[in-house]
Design a protein. Structure first.
Length: 200
């Protein structure tokens, strides 16, 4: 079961949403402020948060920005009692999955929650992949990193060896170490791995 959180400063809204979501088979946990949410929830874990835009203290937009800045896998659905198109666009640009107006349509919310489950799982996998790549890159020496960059530029071994002023055999050993440490068997796999890094 995917963790589901509600953040809204209106207790009546929390109660009605909890009732609706419980009926849909969820077990939501409600919070009356962004601070309460941040004090209780580990943002490194996947989950879904349904978040009110206008709250005292840290508002929903600021909390959304905080979640996004931390690369949290949590998927965010924004709520507002009187939202505008500009507000909705801003929320989507900041990383929200969607923007709903109160009172919430149960059928629409159920569909959104299915999308949110997929998004939070994808976010989590992306974070795992990014951390794995960062760990591999951290094992490279400065010279090995330099060799990798030149290999990715498509240069031949003898050209790279000349540019780095090393023997071709030395260059080949550096190249082998790069492939070993990056856990790839050829340049195409290395290029794909490094190309994915732009998605993180």
């Amino acid at each position: 079961m995917c963790r589901l959180y509600l953040v809204d400063d209106d207790q009546d809204v929390l109660d009605s949403l909890t009732w609706m979501l419980t009926g849909l088979g969820y077990q939501p946990k409600g919070f009356l402020s962004a601070d309460d949410f941040l004090d209780s929830v580990d943002l490194k874990h996947p989950g879904i948060v349904i978040l009110d835009v206008q709250m005292p203290g840290m508002d929903g937009s600021a909390l959304l920005g905080h979640i996004t800045t931390l690369n949290s896998p949590i998927a965010v659905i924004m709520l507002s009692g009187h939202g505008s198109i500009a507000m909705a666009v801003q929320a989507i640009q900041k990383g929200a999955l969607d923007f709903l107006e109160k009172p919430v349509d149960g059928d629409k919310l159920q569909l959104l929650l299915e999308s949110a489950k997929i998004q939070t799982a994808q976010n989590q996998q992306r974070n795992i992949d990014r951390q794995s790549l960062e760990s591999k890159l951290a094992t490279l020496t400065p010279r090995e990193y330099e060799v990798m960059e030149k290999v990715l530029e498509g240069k031949l071994n003898k050209v790279i060896a000349a540019e780095l002023n090393v023997a071709q055999r030395t260059l080949e050993l550096h190249r082998q170490k790069v492939m070993l440490k990056m856990q790839v068997s050829n340049v195409a796999e290395l290029a794909y791995l490094m190309g994915r890094s732009s998605e993180y």
